[in-house]
Design a protein around this ligand. Structure first.
Ligand code: NAP
Length: 291
């Protein structure tokens, strides 16, 4: 019988990649969400209020989430990300369950050394980060994946937002250049499926490209525009002034993400074999990460 996996959030950027990769591996895919995914069958489910029927699936990958900065209200983050995770995890019962969390769960930086999974996860400055941290406690026994700044084909978040920071042919970034981790969407999809196929032990795993990027270089390359710097304190003041605008380019969380120097320690995901085979989508021209 064909292995059947339920993917929540399959109509989105990361979930769509997971659903497509699962179908490519010959798995049957059930896309759970308010809209259909790119492959498989669609089962309508609103994470904010409903418990899905998972009685006929073999495993679950949970990516559905309210996202955004500042995003919706704290109430919506709670209903979708925290209570929605509890509902889907409860329905999954003892089936293998992969919960896609985020490196946003880590307490605010700066991060002078690579961040391990046992780094404290309190004190997040964004409602999104708080809800993702709380959600992790609602999926006991799950494999919890923590990617950081996912990029790849169809990315609706990262690059579009950075493009909005372009002025007069330059990209304006807060503070000096820093090292950082990024996660290829294909690597994240592979981690979701390998965690099921290879029965990764429950617990949290950082998921990031196995290289350390330099912020200025990677953004200049991606946008094809030179970088200019503004003092971080000035950027924070601008973010504070813009906090009441509906879709501000600059927020306190965005300034944190661009200045905190977060590099993820990937020793745990390396140990379970995530990087054991070469991955075509991973860039190779940056220096290997010393972790
Ligand atoms: N992108 C990143 O940089 C990044 C970094 C770290 C972690 N993550 C995590 O990766 C996951 C996917 O993020 P993404 O970047 O792919 O975001 P996305 O493209 O905005 O997708 C979000 C998904 O969540 C679903 N969703 C939202 N509200 C829902 C609701 N009430 N009921 C059912 N489904 C709902 C959406 O489906 P419908 O609107 O069709 O219902 C959509 O499929 C999230 O858990 C996010 O926290 C992303």
């Amino acid at each position: 019988m064909t292995f059947r996996v339920a993917v929540t959030g399959a109509s989105g950027f990361c979930g769509g990649a997971v659903a497509q990769m699962a179908a490519g591996r010959g798995w049957e895919v059930v896309c759970l969400g308010r809209r259909p995914g790119p492959v498989g069958t669609h089962r309508r489910w609103d994470a904010a209020s409903e418990t899905p029927d998972l009685s006929d699936v073999d495993a679950v990958v949970h990516l559905a989430a309210a996202v955004g900065d500042p995003g919706p209200s704290e109430r919506v983050f709670q209903a979708v990300n925290v209570d929605g995770t509890a509902r889907v995890a409860g329905a999954a019962g003892s089936r293998p369950f992969v919960h896609v969390s985020s490196a946003s769960v880590y307490a605010p930086g700066p991060y002078p050394v690579p961040v391990r999974e046992d780094h404290p996860t309190g004190g997040q400055r964004s409602a999104y980060g708080r809800s993702k941290a709380a959600a992790e406690h609602r999926a006991p026994g799950a494999v919890i994946l923590r990617p950081r700044a996912v990029y790849g084909p169809g990315d609706p978040h990262l690059l579009p937002r950075l493009r909005r920071a372009q002025r007069a042919g330059h990209v304006w970034l807060p503070g000096p250049d820093v090292p950082l981790s990024l996660t290829s969407v294909n690597l994240l999809a592979r981690a979701c499926l390998d965690a099921i196929a290879n029965a990764w032990p429950p617990g949290a795993y950082n998921i990031a490209d196995p290289i350390t990027y330099r912020r200025d270089q990677v953004i200049a390359d991606a946008l094809g525009a030179p970088i200019r710097h503004v003092p971080a304190a000035a950027a924070r003041a601008l973010a504070f002034a813009a906090r009441a605008t509906p879709t501000p380019v600059l927020t306190r969380y965005a300034v944190d993400q661009l200045t905190d120097g977060m590099v993820l320690n990937t020793t745990k995901s390396t140990a379970v074999g995530l990087f054991a085979t070469p991955h075509p989508s991973l860039p190779t021209r940056h220096k290997p990460k010393p972790d």
